[in-house]
Design a protein around this ligand. Sequence first.
Ligand code: NAD
Length: 362
Amino acid sequence: MNGDNLGPAYIIKSYNSKHNVWGFLVIDNLKRGPGKGGIRMTPTVSEEEVSRLARAMTLKNAMADLPFGGAKSGIAADPKKIDKEAKKEIVEWFAEILHPVCPSLYIAGPDMNMAEDDMRIFVTANGSKKSATGKPKDLGGLPHELGSTGFGVARSAKMALEHKGISVTGATVAIEGYGNVGVFAHKFLEEMGAKIIATSDSKGGIYDPNGLKHAELCKTKEIKGTVTAHDKGEKIEGKKIFELDVDVLIPAALPDVINKSNAENIKAKIIVEGANISIVPDLVEPLHKQGILIIPDFVANAGGVISSYAEHMGYDETKMFELVKEKIEKSVNAMLERSKATGQIPRQAAEAIALERLVRHT
Ligand code: NAD
């Protein structure tokens, strides 16, 4: 793994012999405050993936002008193959390992396969309520289950559509992944009048040119465990989602899903990165040259960390949503204006803004 003048500051790597599981924490940069970033639990997460995500958090927190540095954690376990008790023990173990650095150098939060109940387990085992955000409401938390990230992704999509001169009413959208980010992006975009015509999960995709209804699809996912079991629309291969002719494509699940195998076939006018590092870095420029407006991860999906900041400050839900709206709009506008003024592609323009803020805090 490579380092540079931004980081990483610290790496913690630990092995749990009982469950045969590795855990990683990468604290990338501490210039603006304690490192902030969620914990993901996936079978494939690696130190390298966590490092890239920690860097994305450094830029995201600076771009949203929050007093947090960048960090990320990963636990390499398959939540589908372990029972509830084993998951609890693993989260407790990880929280104890991170006790020396939480919350002074690292504040955890939920990420893939980690939710508010896991944050309850984490703060209890860690010993400090301030060691994680995204906690349940009874612990003073603003759980990610309120949908702050999906809300910010939906606001970003609306702004991108307006920038391209497309009305959000009737705009077509495809969403890869139907978890926390995907579900709430669907909900808030539907409320704005957009038409979500396809989505996917680990079992495959579902496509309905007439529009998939948020409430109905959530019910299907809850009862049948997968969006592919929906009784309206047509089942499609998960990878087909990236090649649909839509106004907005929202990757909201896995890293590097827009890659050499599909980049040339992307027909969307706009990509809003709900997930982190969903586009292979080398392809951002060619996609831009194809005329696609990309709202990068660290701009579009900052709603979660803005909500974390609101929780850290003791704000309520209403104030949190206002703050997400205000900060996301400010970031997208700043990026698009800088891009127009300098000719940089939007991601580079946003990176330049974030880097200036990191320098300012040295
Ligand atoms: P989640 O665990 O709630 O949902 C993940 C979804 O991805 C699930 O629906 C799962 O079925 C789906 N998925 C898994 N494999 C898939 C595949 N091969 N094809 C299609 N879908 C697949 O996770 P989340 O919290 O929604 O996070 C999704 C992404 O967004 C991650 O990259 C995460 O880092 C990023 N993110 C999340 C937040 C947040 O607040 N939740 C904030 C910022 C960024």
